[in-house]
Design a protein around this ligand. Structure first.
Ligand SMILES: [Zn+2]
Length: 280
């Protein structure tokens, strides 16, 4: 074979080998990519309900399994509202109606503010007049379960539905026909089943982004320390769209009312925020 033919032959072999290597590399890379993509599209919430797994699907992540957030965090942004999705700030008051509901209503009315009240069925049964006062002032109602069972979401869908229905029925005994479009799980312990049941009953699950821990009287007791804690946490954290968690029941909430005497003028006049009831 003449030297130039030999040279061409070697060159051809090298080129063919290179093409083979590139093709093999593309094939391996392609199948690897598909495998990753298909892994990421699988539900990652380990046996939670279909609807919630579906809700998490629009944001597939290629992060390795070890870096995944815990299951609750997967569905929370998509199914449980942490903000109002507007520039309006929603003040929400939980665990009533109770002895601080009326002073709080007076304060809200004096400042022209509408809020949202997440009421407990047993308290509604005891204080139907307070539920009527809440509605009369134009506030929004939210179902906070029958007796604040922190583990309700772990029960069966039927048990959860029965609890929420009993609560809504009790509310409607006091205020017939008033819309109940929101659900808040006690302690914020939402589960996919509870969120799904609430949704089936026409209720949006609402979380919060600001928690001034006014429930934690063990740490801050009742008085000026608690008032400062509430005022500072809300003032430092609130922004357009915030959902603020506070309590008008479940313990001595006089500090909460005292805090909002300072907070309402601050939020309205200093921060120029719109304080809105959740829409019904
Ligand atoms: Zn609560």
């Amino acid at each position: 074979m003449p030297p130039h033919r030999l040279h061409a032959s070697v060159l051809l072999t090298v080129v063919l080998a290179a093409v083979l290597v590139v093709a093999l590399g593309m094939w391996i890379g392609g199948s690897y990519g598909e495998r990753r993509a298909s892994d990421s599209s699988k539900p990652r919430n380990h046996g939670h309900s279909r609807a919630v797994a579906g809700a998490a699907a629009p944001h597939p992540s290629l992060a390795p399994a070890a870096a995944l957030p815990p299951p609750a965090a997967i569905f929370t942004p998509d199914v449980v509202a942490k903000t109002t999705s507007t520039d309006g700030v929603a003040l929400t008051f939980d665990d009533g109606p109770d002895n601080q509901t009326m002073p709080l209503l007076d304060l809200l009315r004096a400042n022209g503010v509408k809020a949202t009240f997440c009421v407990i069925g047993e308290n509604v049964q005891q204080h139907p007049d307070l539920v009527q006062a809440i509605v009369r002032d134009g506030h929004t109602l939210c179902n906070h379960t029958w007796n604040h069972d922190l583990g309700l979401g772990q029960r069966s869908a039927d048990e959860i539905r029965a609890d929420l229905q009993k609560t809504s029925d009790e509310i409607h005994k006091a205020v017939p026909g008033v819309p109940i479009k929101y659900f808040r799980h006690p302690g914020g312990n939402f589960t996919p089943t509870a969120v799904q049941v609430a949704q089936d009953m026409g209720m949006t699950s609402i979380d919060w982004d600001i928690d001034p821990t006014d429930w934690d009287t063990a740490t801050y007791s009742v008085g000026p320390t608690m008032v400062s804690q509430i005022v500072e946490t809300v003032e430092n954290g609130v922004q357009p769209g915030s959902i603020v968690l506070s309590h008008d029941g479940g313990g001595d909430r006089t500090s909460t009312v005292a805090a909002y005497e300072k907070l309402l003028p601050y939020l309205l006049q200093d921060k120029h925020l719109r304080l809105v009831p959740l829409p019904t």
